[in-house]
Design a binder for this molecule. Structure first.
Ligand code: PFF
Length: 457
């Protein structure tokens, strides 16, 4: 089959819709589940500040690179990289970045759907009053029981994949835009409601201090690296998602200001999620640094102790589920866009096949929490940990590194000037320094750091 570099026909109906879609991709479990617990484990304010630096100096330039490549190439990431590399007189092997992104999307979706399935389950659990005045023991054992029960986990995992694929199959304008138009505004409203709730809970000052009081003593080199990895995952960078979405951006949208809006929205949600969660944790005298259970054990427990906790707890898990769905949709886009344009395939069929594949792969993650918990085939990691490490800590940083290097050092810079509407030489110099040197070096540091322990034990 000949390589199709036909420009894609789809367009976001406005710049604002692209902002919502990209923010929908960025805002997800990474912001609401992961960010607060990582911040909790890494000293709060110290981590938050470093995270913000990483978002600004590594995340933003890489996102700009992805969107500009996508809009210039107007195709799926694999074909964008191939055609732009040719245009720049470089090797078509740059399309490797696109292939790796497709694979990373499949791997991430397979386990993302399992964790998001827990959130769906928690909508039901909180709404039905499971945590009303519950003891810490009840909250812990509810979470443990879910993890120990493969049948339940498979059921929620399946439901999440079904919802995602149903939306994706309906196509960019009908499915994606409709979902995003509803989900994103609702998500912000729900978050504001929760912030108000936690602000009136009595622990707000303590929560605020934990998030923003900077304490150098707890900062080590590792804090930087964890923050960098988190900035990367949360902004959906390194696997071509933003490139795929960038392919639908109208010509008259300003990429720089659009990306800054997306980055700001994503950061706002992460910080707001922290500010919504920590006061509730403090007011109940609970532990901030307890890890992944922060959202599934501590939080339901905290809600259960508060007036109207079941209502607000349910609202919270609905919010998490919405956020996860819009991110999951975006994880499929690089693969689906490629198969559709390359083989002229029907979008719904491709979506269903991809869904079945990710669902099957996700079973490995489900079983990693129960029947395969002790199976550690490689590097002492179970199936879930392997897929997670490989995609999040290796493929995304490598993809991001290559994308930034390509956009700054391979792509003719007149294309960058034209795409970013830059006239000043000073701004171009800044772009080269931040995008071509600072960001790649930052990512390379994370990459090496996360790879080394795998080989040195
Ligand atoms: N940014 C999403 C989150 O924070 O949950 C996760 C994600 C979505 C990562 C899409 C990568 C991606 F392409």
């Amino acid at each position: 089959m000949a390589i199709s570099t036909q420009p894609t026909e789809g367009r976001w109906s406005s710049r604002w819709l692209f902002v919502l879609a990209a923010a929908g991709s960025a805002v997800g479990l990474g912001n609401i589940w992961k960010f607060p617990y990582i911040a909790g484990e890494n000293g709060g304010g110290a981590f938050v500040l470093i995270y913000l630096v990483c978002v600004a100096f590594v995340g933003a330039p890489i996102m700009i690179s992805e969107v500009l490549l996508g809009r210039k190439g107007r195709a799926s990431p694999i074909n964008v990289m191939r055609s732009l590399a040719r245009q720049a007189g470089a090797s078509a092997r740059w399309s490797f970045v696109g292939w790796m992104g497709v694979l990373a999307g499949i791997l991430i979706l397979s386990y993302y759907a399992v964790i998001a399935g827990w959130a769906l389950n928690y909508v039901w659990l909180t709404a039905s009053g499971t945590f009303n005045a519950a003891s810490a023991q009840v909250a812990t054992s509810t979470f443990d029981q879910l993890q120990q029960d493969p049948v339940q986990m498979v059921a929620w995992h399946s439901l999440f994949i079904l919802i995602t694929i149903w939306i994706v199959a309906r196509g960019v304008s009908r499915g994606l835009e409709t979902a995003i138009r509803w989900f994103m505004p609702l998500l912000f409203v729900l978050l504001l409601v929760l912030l108000g709730y936690s602000a009136s809970s009595g622990g707000f000052a303590q929560g605020w201090a934990f998030m923003f009081d900077f304490n150098w003593d707890v900062v080590g080199p590792e804090t930087w690296l964890i923050a960098m990895g988190q900035a990367f995952f949360t902004l959906s960078l390194g696997m071509g998602t933003m490139m795929a979405y960038g392919a639908y951006v109208p010509d008259d949208s300003n990429i720089g200001s659009t990306v800054l809006t997306i980055v700001a929205l994503d950061t706002f949600v992460a910080v707001a999620a922290g500010l919504a969660i920590f006061p509730l944790v403090f007011v109940n005298g609970l532990e901030v640094g307890q890890g992944p259970g922060l959202m599934f054990v501590t939080l339901p427990l905290a809600f259960g102790q508060l007036p109207m906790g079941a209502v607000f707890g349910t609202v919270f898990f609905v919010l998490v589920s919405f956020a996860a769905i819009t991110s999951a949709i975006s994880l499929t886009e690089p693969a689906i866009a490629f198969v559709v344009e390359e083989y002229n395939a029907q979008r719904s069929r491709v979506a269903i096949s991809l869904g079945v594949f990710c669902w099957l792969l996700g079973l490995g993650t489900v079983f990693s929490f129960n029947i395969w918990a002790d199976a550690k085939p490689l590097f002492g990691l179970n199936f879930f940990e392997l897929v997670d490490q490989l995609s999040q800590n290796i493929m995304l940083p490598l993809g991001g590194l290559l994308i930034a290097l390509f956009a700054v050092w391979v792509l003719p810079q007149n294309i960058v000037r034209e795409q970013l509407e830059v006239r000043s030489d000073g701004v171009m110099l800044l772009w080269r320094i931040v995008g071509g040197i600072v960001a790649p070096l930052g990512v390379a540091a994370v990459f090496v750091y996360t790879l080394l322990p795998l080989f040195t034990g």
